[in-house]
Ligand binder design. Structure first.
Ligand SMILES: [Zn+2]
Length: 140
């Protein structure tokens, strides 16, 4: 039996969608579906399907073609960013370039739990900033 996971199951595409919604508006929701599809470089029907899936998971709300994150979606965004920056710091400390670390970590940061990220940070001396100079614990 595997340990029960605390994180909601999402796919890589759903992860990218959540991150993009925040990043493309600099944190001021909502975004238009057509802008989101362009930013993600997918066709509008694909973006629509992604948004629908995230909406069923309670992470996104869509109204009149305008998309925003729910509180759950926001928490997921924060958790992914936290794991991303913790892992990035670890890899860069190990001699990997920040760009390479960033690219590789994008492929799995969304399945890393918060307690794992906390353990990683502790191991490397609890840095306050990621290799890009961004705060690791921005919303605490
Ligand atoms: Zn990064």
């Amino acid at each position: 039996m595997s340990e029960k996971r605390n994180t909601p199951e999402i796919t890589r595409k759903e992860r990218d969608c959540i991150m993009r919604i925040v990043e493309m508006t600099n944190d001021s929701f909502p975004v238009r579906l057509c802008d989101l599809s362009r930013a993600m470089d997918v066709k509008p029907p694909s973006a629509f399907e992604l948004v629908n899936r995230l909406s069923k998971k309670g992470m996104v709300r869509a109204k009149n073609g305008m998309i925003s994150l729910t509180d759950d979606g926001r928490r997921t965004y924060d958790r992914i960013k936290f794991s991303h920056r913790a892992l990035e710091s670890l890899l860069v400390k190990g001699g990997i370039s920040a760009d390479t670390a960033c690219r590789e970590i994008e492929t799995f940061d969304y399945i890393v739990e918060r307690k794992t990220a906390l353990a990683i940070l502790k191991t490397i001396g609890n840095p306050s900033e990621c290799p890009h100079g961004l705060p690791i614990r921005s919303r605490e």
